[in-house]
Write a protein of this length. Structure first.
Length: 223
């Protein structure tokens, strides 16, 4: 494929292991600046982003791990998906999880190992930088749609800078704690986190690419 944008889209997959190498703040700022060219309805640009690195991130990491281990979650600020969730969605999510565990050599009944994998979310997979994406409290579907454009631009921009990332709704289950840590008010909803760093190309987990549905499963020309 000669088209560099299509190649970058294909190249972007979640990275869940990072090198112990800092990321230049200037790179993050450049990516976020370019990402803001995302489309949003009437150019409302509803997103807010807070980045953490160094000690600020380490303190939060420790705090969230403590809360996670105590089973103490604040709960998501918003409802993520349909309730009840369609069986097709559930099946794809299960398949995504099973295949990832298979790659890591974790058996389907190995609850402890599965939990240990889940816990890596609150360690931000060892990333040196984490971005938190916020919307105004009470945000509606359209605002989330706009945020999605922006988030994808950020992830693609990071790829173009040789960086990898993993979006994480899991960490948003600690929205209140994270807001308090950052000195933010309840007027913002935490949509998700994004762990960012130089991907560890030797890490098996970073080879994981969940399969995609063929085009005819989600597209047709109108007759
Ligand atoms: C909004 C959003 C939230 C996500 N939350 C998590 C998460 O909490 N933990 C995680 O490991 N992956 C998370 N993911 C990554 C998805 O599992 C991943 O995008 C999907 O399996 C497709 O894989 P790929 O992005 O590597 O192509 C999230 C993705 C999105 C878009």
């Amino acid at each position: 494929m000669g088209n560099s944008i299509l190649n970058t889209i294909k190249e972007r997959h979640c990275k869940r292991a990072f090198l112990d190498r800092p990321v230049d703040r200037e790179v993050i700022e450049r990516v976020l600046t370019v990402a803001s060219n995302a489309a949003s309805s009437k150019n409302t640009q509803p997103w807010q982003v807070v980045a953490l690195d160094g000690n600020t991130l380490n303190v939060l990491r420790d705090l969230l791990l403590k809360k996670h281990d105590a089973g103490d979650f604040d709960g998501l600020d918003y409802t993520y998906t349909l309730d009840p969730e369609p069986d097709t969605f559930k099946a794809r999510a299960r398949d995504c999880g099973y295949k990832l565990f298979e790659l890591k050599g974790i058996g389907r009944d190995d609850v402890a190992a599965r939990k240990a994998h889940g816990r890596l979310n609150w360690e931000f997979f060892g990333a040196p930088v984490v971005l938190f994406f916020f919307l105004p409290a009470g945000a509606e579907r359209g605002n989330f749609l706009d945020m999605g454009q922006f988030l994808q631009n950020v992830m693609l921009g990071l790829v173009s800078e040789g960086l990898g990332s993993c979006p994480q709704v899991s960490v948003a289950a600690h929205g209140k704690t994270i807001r308090e840590h950052l000195g933010l008010s309840d007027e913002l909803w935490l949509v998700c986190g994004l762990s960012v760093g130089v991907p560890d190309t030797q890490a098996l987990i970073n080879t994981y690419v969940p399969t995609r549905l063929p085009l005819d499963h989600y597209f047709k020309w109108a007759k």
